[in-house]
Ligand binder design. Structure first.
Ligand code: FS2
Ligand code: SF4
Length: 542
């Protein structure tokens, strides 16, 4: 196997024996094959669009769920991934019959195979199949961005929202990664275009979420526990949460959020559920201990799953793109209600959660809420009470080096404010960093996809202060990444013109030295240093 798509890749170069994440070589191979056949399907659908034919929404959804399935920590279930390969090949074969001109199609578009041939084929189509390291680097950078974009698109689809342009782009760009005639420059341009559609995809999800559930508002979220039996819901899918809350209403079973589901509390819609009890625990990587002490059933709606321990194996469930061998998977056809009664019945037989902590945390600073506070924020900046904002969005992770972010937050000047989104927040959202004139020093916009809100807030401030360039704002970017959704967030920020983003705790292994140089020279991308050096660097002007 060879996989280097996440920040925790072995030795900062690539997982070759088994994944640091727990992904086994046979699962890695089947994921490689799934990406390959999805690219083949995308080449066919892109050719059909070029011939003026319409592509069914079901094909778009298949492509995005396939890519989502291969995101780090989303799906470890070999049989489920193989079933996706088979479904994709069948779909592609049908579409292939409609193509008038097959002369430009790549091999992936016409390849056929059955289960017996999958392992052999998979060994020839992985990351290392592209020999030139710069072309490989750009193809993977684009593919990982598309994986992140597909995840966001899939969440919007769950709320019955689609953007055909985004889907057509995902497929066109996937097909382009098979095209040997494209140069490094062509692929750099496609990378930036991926960022453009990243913005469009995040805007789609933002409007789907806010359309269904209202605009996030300042909310205090309980981090303690009640005495009722309960279900813990993790991941990013708000539609799954809605279905679970509807079905648990009045049953005596509480629902708690975990990790990236925390921001659901900020939406007005979910406040009507009395049994929506609070947030339990921290970021994804602490789940083994936290799921054990939660005592009740756990529903994983997306990544990030870590290898499941026996202590909770019988009470964890997956849905959507998520999967784990031996773990029950609950799903429903597109647009239909999932039946969570089995989880609820199990919850009733289990004890209430063991308390981990008490108190509350505050969040809900997405774009509309911050716009409502704009006068206050602008006054604080003009008076000098707030001298700088630091965008610290992205992911949390296991590596000890990530204590950098906690220390950075603690040592920041008292007149600086953190803008955050994603599970990166758990490194500092319980520190009690105080407030500036009533504005908390950690403003949490929501999930990683709500980095879109942070971009809108920056653009709004640019307008209010009458600036021409978003980089003239007193905003620095110190972003933590782990998996491929952070890649699309990064590409989206680059597309919006944001410069000098610091990315840590390490730069991606999939950036070849030349591709890294392009990002450094053109966009000022940098890694992180020591906390003290970076504080000097970020705050040298205040
Ligand atoms: Fe955190 Fe994991 Fe949000 Fe990432 S929960 S690293 O999926 O997408 O961020
Ligand atoms: Fe390794 Fe990350 Fe790939 Fe898992 S997802 S195999 S940890 S690079």
């Amino acid at each position: 196997m060879f996989c280097y798509q996440c920040q925790e890749t072995a030795g900062c170069t690539g997982c070759t024996i088994s994944g640091v994440c727990g992904k086994k070589p046979e699962v890695a191979a089947m994921q490689d094959l799934l990406v390959y056949v999805t690219k083949g399907l995308s080449a066919v659908s892109t050719q059909l669009r070029a011939e003026g034919k319409t592509i069914d929404e079901a094909v778009n959804h298949l492509v995005s769920v396939n890519l989502f399935t291969t995101i780090t920590n989303a799906n470890f279930d070999l049989a489920a991934i193989q079933a996706r390969v088979e479904k994709t090949l069948a779909c592609k074969d049908q579409l292939l019959q409609l193509v008038s001109d097959r002369s430009l199609l790549p091999e992936a578009a016409t390849w056929k195979g059955d289960a017996a041939s999958f392992a052999v084929k998979a060994a020839t189509v992985g990351v290392l199949a592209t020999e030139n390291e710069d072309i490989r680097s750009l193809r993977e950078l684009i593919t990982y961005g598309l994986k992140g974009l597909s995840a966001y698109s899939k969440h919007a689809n769950a709320l019955l929202k689609d953007d055909g342009e985004v889907d057509a782009f995902i497929q066109r760009a996937l097909a382009a990664t098979l095209d040997d005639s494209l140069s490094v420059d062509d692929l750099v341009a496609l990378t930036l275009e991926t960022g453009k559609f990243g913005v469009q995809g995040m805007a789609l999800l933002d409007s789907a979420n806010t359309g269904a559930y209202g605009n996030p508002e300042i909310t205090e979220v309980n981090i303690g526990v009640r005495k009722n039996p309960a279900i813990l819901i993790s991941g990013h899918d708000l539609k799954d949460l809605e279905m679970l809350l509807e079905q648990t209403r009045g049953t005596g079973v509480d629902v708690y959020t975990h990790s990236e589901m925390l921001p659901a509390h900020y939406y007005p819609f979910f406040k009507k559920y009395d049994n929506f009890a609070g947030n339990y625990g921290n970021a994804w990587w602490k789940q083994a201990e936290e799921f054990a002490s939660f005592n009740g059933p756990i529903l994983m709606t997306t990544n990030c799953i870590v290898p499941v321990r026996d202590s909770y194996k019988n009470r964890i469930f997956t849905t959507g793109a998520a999967g784990y061998p031996g773990v029950r998977h609950i799903d429903a056809p597109y647009g239909q209600t999932k039946d969570f009664s089995e989880i609820i019945a199990l919850a009733k037989t289990l004890p209430a959660p063991t308390e981990l902590e008490t108190g509350s945390i505050v969040g809900g600073f997405a774009h509309e809420q911050v716009f409502a506070l704009a006068d206050k924020v602008v006054d604080a900046v003009k008076s000098g009470a707030i001298k700088k904002f630091v965008v610290m969005a992205g992911c949390d992770g296991r590596q000890k080096a990530r204590s950098y972010y906690t220390e950075f937050a603690e040592k920041m000047p008292r007149d600086a404010v953190i803008l955050t989104a994603g599970c990166a927040k758990y490194k500092y959202n319980k520190l009690n960093l105080g407030d500036i004139a009533g504005i908390p020093r950690v403003l949490d916009a929501g999930q990683c996809n709500d980095s879109y809100s942070l971009a809108l807030i920056a653009l709004k401030l640019k307008e209010v202060f009458g600036l021409d360039d978003v980089n003239d704002l007193p905003i620095a970017y110190n972003i933590a990444w782990y998996e491929q959704k952070a890649v699309i967030v990064l590409l989206a920020l680059l597309y919006l013109g944001v410069r000098n983003i610091h990315l840590g705790p390490t730069l991606p292994a999939f950036l070849s030295p030349n591709v890294a140089k392009v990002l450094i020279d053109n966009f000022g991308i940098a890694g992180i240093g020591s906390v003290d050096d970076d504080l000097d660097l970020f705050f040298e002007d205040i």
